[in-house]
Design a protein around this ligand. Sequence first.
Ligand code: FMN
Length: 359
Amino acid sequence: MAEFISVTFPNASTELNPIPNAGIDRDYLIRYARNLDDYGFNYTLVPYDSSSYDPFTIGATILAVTKQIKVIIALRPNTLPPTVAAKALATLDQLGGGRVVVHFIAGGSDVEQAKEGDFLTKDQRYARLEDYIRILRRAWESAEPFDWDSQFFTFKQFSNRVRPVNKTIPVSVGGSSDEAYRIGGSLGDIFGLWGEPLKETKEQIDRIYAEAEKAGRVDRPRIWVTFRPIVAETDELAWEKAHRTLDALTTNRANGQGKVPAVAPAPQNVGSQRLLEIAARGEVQDRALWYPTVTATNARGASTALVGSPQTVADSILDYIKLGADLISIRGYDNLNDAIDYGRHVLPRVRDGLKSLES
Ligand SMILES: Cc1cc2nc3c(=O)[nH]c(=O)nc-3n(C[C@H](O)[C@H](O)[C@H](O)COP(=O)(O)O)c2cc1C
């Protein structure tokens, strides 16, 4: 079953119209979350950044004002001891009636990790992530107090009385390095990818499934792919909008108002490096996958667009569902209006398309 993911925004600031130093706008946060809920999105990611808001309290607010939507809490293992994280996630899950997912980030940049005191190498960060996931699962499931003694964590007789509603909490892993595939493939319920062309996405899915099999799993992680659709009534109008969007991203970055500085070093994480390499091969891939937004933002986070009419974008999404991805993350550039547009025009078309595939 295909499901849709959005991303949470705490205020009306967007990449197109940045509001400098915007704080949390509670009304906006609630309006955004309720719109996602009403328009049939299944999840919203609450992202993590060393300089940004606490995902747990944002997540709790969303759960309190919505009915169906699940929150995906982004979590870096360097920021919270695993025993605390196990209880915090389970507490949130109880408050939300079983609507919590955790998305793990090993950490893609040494500089970003150092800001919060994490000086491990990337390989060490992935090794710690593996340990961390095992501890959380044990803490959610174990009936008995347990000890842990590893390179990264040591504790004795940890006893957890805060249980997730559905016995456990789905664990998602994101990244594109070998270690991400291995850990996500062997331990993840979900594996998160950024939007790459169909061929490269298939290669990544095969790698993840191979790791699952190697680990002796009988099941496989569900695959999550991420796009930034630019939708208008017709393909032609959507392409005009795409170029306006690109102009705004470029201008804002040049003025120091972008997500990345005007002059930025090459990204250290493999996922972003892959996006930039594909971007160098050409602007459009497959049906409507557009890469100039990747180059304009130095591939900072999810940045590949899907450009076209609602039907073109829905058909592109269906291409990925046919490949095996069934968690589709879509967020635009005009955050709230785009989420409503997708809810009205894209989600129903994808769901109709799925029905005709099944019949
Ligand atoms: C779907 C998805 C969501 C992500 N969300 C975040 C986030 O909220 N915060 C963050 O720092 N990194 C986030 N990342 C980035 C990666 O997890 C990060 O780059 C990873 O730790 C290292 O990636 P690499 O294995 O590709 O080098 C996300 C990645 C994906 C694919």
